[in-house]
Design a binder for this molecule. Structure first.
Ligand code: NAD
Ligand code: MG
Length: 298
């Protein structure tokens, strides 16, 4: 019997043998360099046609949560446009390979989310090359820890908000004229939106903004047949965390504070995105789906 995301298993024991190791990569970090390797569902995600014929744009699709989502969407039958930074080409090409193997179209559009012109061009290129757009996943994000507000640079504060919040606004705004009724917008927020860490003041603030943006826009777009929702991950093993997302001394125990007692893997996030993208969540709008190992949320 082959193992897939439906295999019956103890969630506390699942992946428990994959221990995070102290390590540091320069931002944005690569999945290719992550040790141990993260599970993007390459070997396990089994599609059942839940997104057949759909057309998705995913930011930060080269690695981590975005990559697992891209692979899952493709195996569910969706064509995928991938956004990522030019320095992440190696990760992006690996994921693009899995998407092609699934028999759907993949478009790669490297660029910088801090650039409004890139965000608009990304949408235009996606629409042009996929022949439309009906799923937008605003997932790309920046997280750099800082222990003391007096040393938090204006540049970092600006960049974190531009990457996490402004890009979501620019991409969503550019996408809207193209989205037919039935479309889904999914934003990646975080448990940090309601349980902020002392050393993530700027990042946590962007995630609270994303949550509220999601809920407000959902009110506006539901009458038009477009559902806007969010996924809020807890501690997930991705390159973001080892490229100064956390101080080095936190990495070895990453995720142990959760009720499940371990960090999560990107593959465990993908089904949440698939659910919110698919028509099976037709009565779900303005929701934040928490995938965080059991930490209580409001
Ligand atoms: P990741 O590093 O694999 O993905 C983040 C991606 O953001 C990068 O791959 C990169 O392509 C993109 N990105 C960053 N800055 C960019 C820029 N200026 N221009 C273009 N792209 C840029 O890490 P991840 O953990 O999978 O992060 C995905 C999302 O999940 C982020 O929004 C993050 O805040 C959120 N999140 C992660 C965790 C976690 O524990 N890993 C927890 C909660 C929320
Ligand atoms: Mg990456």
């Amino acid at each position: 019997m082959s193992i897939d995301q439906y295999t019956f298993a103890d969630p506390a024991a699942l992946y428990a043998d994959i221990q995070p190791k102290k390590q540091r990569q320069p931002e944005p970090g690569l999945d290719a360099e992550l040790d141990p390797t993260a599970d993007l569902g390459e070997k396990t995600y089994r599609g059942t046609g839940r997104l057949t014929g759909r057309k998705a744009l995913i930011t930060g699709a080269d690695s981590g949560i975005g990559a697992a989502t891209a692979i899952a969407f493709a195996r569910e039958g969706a064509s995928v446009a991938m956004s990522y930074l030019p320095s992440e080409e190696e990760d992006a090409q690996r994921v693009a390979g899995f998407i092609r193997e699934a028999g759907v179209t993949v478009v790669t559009v490297p660029g910088d989310l801090r650039d409004a012109a890139y965000c608009r061009a990304l949408v235009a290129q996606t629409v042009g090359q996929l022949g439309g757009l009906d799923i937008v996943v605003n997932n790309g994000g920046k997280q750099i820890f800082n222990e003391d507000l007096t040393t938090l640079t204006d540049e970092q504060f600006h960049d974190t908000f531009t990457t996490n919040v402004y890009a979501m606004f620019w991409i969503t705004k550019a996408a809207l004229p193209h989205l037919p009724a039935g479309s889904a917008i999914i934003n990646t927020t975080s448990v940090q939106a309601y349980s902020p860490s002392a050393n993530l003041v700027d990042y946590a603030s962007t995630k609270a903004t994303i949550n509220t943006f999601t809920k407000a826009l959902a009110q506006q777009l539901a009458p038009k047949g477009i559902r806007v929702n969010a996924v809020a991950p807890g501690p997930i093993w991705t390159p973001l965390q080892v490229s100064d997302g956390q101080p080095q001394d936190k990495i070895a125990t990453f995720g142990e504070e959760t009720p499940l007692g371990r960090m999560g893997q990107p593959a465990e996030l993908a089904p949440a995105f698939v659910f919110l993208a698919s028509a099976e969540s037709s009565y779900v709008a303005g929701e934040t789906l928490n995938v965080n190992g059991g930490m209580p949320t409001p």
